[in-house]
Design a protein around this ligand. Structure first.
Ligand SMILES: NC(=O)c1ccc[n+]([C@@H]2O[C@H](COP(=O)([O-])OP(=O)(O)OC[C@H]3O[C@@H](n4cnc5c(N)ncnc54)[C@H](OP(=O)(O)O)[C@@H]3O)[C@@H](O)[C@H]2O)c1
Length: 295
């Protein structure tokens, strides 16, 4: 048994972590506005009061486009707060599990990225997440940074819920075919995180310190957004409600957005598997389970 502090319990991933971390022992789970990670003093007070064995940070400023006009807010939450958490964890002798993103890469490649590849973020969100990674790494200690990609949940607005909803209202969907990544079901990411932490019970900081580092962890295989959308429509358990008759390919350039997005940002997760002997299932299997679970 151990005491875990979960930050961001209402997010796509955080909500699933709230479920999957519960069996590990005493779980203190919080989110905004109970805790505002842009306020360093609040972070210090919370961590010092709870004295956890492990901190799991599922909070983030994830509004990729809005970040372009609110860079300070993105930096405070995605860069400064993780650094403070890492320092507090190290002082306490606690472990830290943090999540980062494929958007640290520019996507100008044709092979899945490994951890050693050089990050070149295209926007404020990716830059702020990269600085968060670096703040944790500079602090050292017992940390895991799990870089993931294209996270979805059926509970909050996500690519999957948007496609399902558009397919019930429009005969034709246009979806970009030139963005490629690994769709990752938030529930499976949460479950694998819980499995890791279960291994560490009794000596979490020591166990994590031995394996400390940055790992890519996302659904196995990769797809374009178009292929992902087609799979969502095919696996939709309530297909009879769809009015969509065709899904047409589009280009990222057809949908100008404030933030540029990487085109090919798939992650190679072999390093994670070699260290932990675990992997996330294929994105297709995960999607089928996710859609089934929502029925
Ligand atoms: N979503 C993706 O496609 C994706 C892809 C790659 C990596 N990731 C990473 O995966 C992790 C989880 O992402 P997610 O999709 O679960 O994010 P999410 O659904 O946006 O959840 C983030 C949570 O953080 C909270 N939060 C935001 N600002 C806060 C603040 N100032 N103080 C305290 N809490 C605050 C949010 O609260 P509000 O809802 O009230 O703002 C929300 O509950 C993040 O590290 C993210 O960068 C996500």
């Amino acid at each position: 048994m151990m005491r875990v502090l979960l930050l961001g319990k209402l997010g796509q991933l955080g909500w699933e972590l709230h479920r999957s971390l519960s069996p590990l022992g005493e779980l203190i789970a919080v989110d905004y506005p109970e805790i505002d990670l842009s306020q360093p003093e609040q972070i210090l007070q919370l961590v010092r009061r709870v004295q956890p064995a492990v901190i799991v940070n599922a909070t983030a400023y994830t509004a990729v486009d809005r970040a372009e006009s609110e860079p300070q807010a993105a930096m405070d939450i995605n860069a400064r707060a993780p650094g403070i958490l890492a320092e507090e964890a190290r002082t306490l002798g606690a472990g830290l599990v943090h999540f980062s993103t494929d958007y640290v890469f520019d996507g100008a490649t044709d092979h899945p990225y490994i951890e050693a590849d050089h990050p070149i973020p295209l926007g404020v969100y990716g830059q702020s997440k990269l600085e968060g990674e670096r703040a944790i790494q500079a602090c050292g200690g017992a940390y895991l940074i799990l870089r993931t990609s294209w996270v979805y949940s059926l509970r909050r607005d996500s690519f999957v819920t948007k496609i399902l909803s558009w397919a019930r209202r429009q005969e034709t969907l246009k979806v970009v075919s030139d963005q490629v990544g690994n769709p990752t079901w938030s529930r499976q990411l949460a479950e694998i995180t819980a499995q890791l932490l279960a291994e560490s019970i009794g000596n979490s900081a020591g166990w994590l310190a031995e394996r400390a580092g940055l790992y890519h962890l996302a659904g196995s295989g990769y797809a374009s957004r178009l292929e992902w959308a087609e799979a969502i429509l095919r696996l939709d358990p309530r297909r009879e409600e769809q009015v969509a008759r065709q899904v047409l390919p589009a280009l990222t350039a057809d949908f100008p957005t404030p933030a540029r997005r990487p085109l090919f940002s798939a992650l190679n997760c072999d390093h994670f598997t070699s260290v932990f002997s675990l992997r996330l299932p294929t994105w297709q299997d995960a999607l089928a389970l996710a859609l089934d679970a929502d029925v």
